[in-house]
Unconditional design. Sequence first.
Length: 74
Amino acid sequence: MADNNSGSRNQVLVPQAKAALQSMKTEAAQSLGVQIPSDGYYGNVTSRDAGSLGGYITKKLVQIAEQQLSGGGR
């Protein structure tokens, strides 16, 4: 996740979600064997690896939403 100083136009709407998303990113990277850059710069991460991370996180977010919608997340 880029911070606000890196030129990203993304805005954090729910500040508490930032830590949860970072945790998901770390979990995804460990699960997929992708090295997260220590300096936060993803320019040297391959498109394949970045896409895998994004896909994994999206899949997890959909699972969470489905659980909440079905009443299983309470």
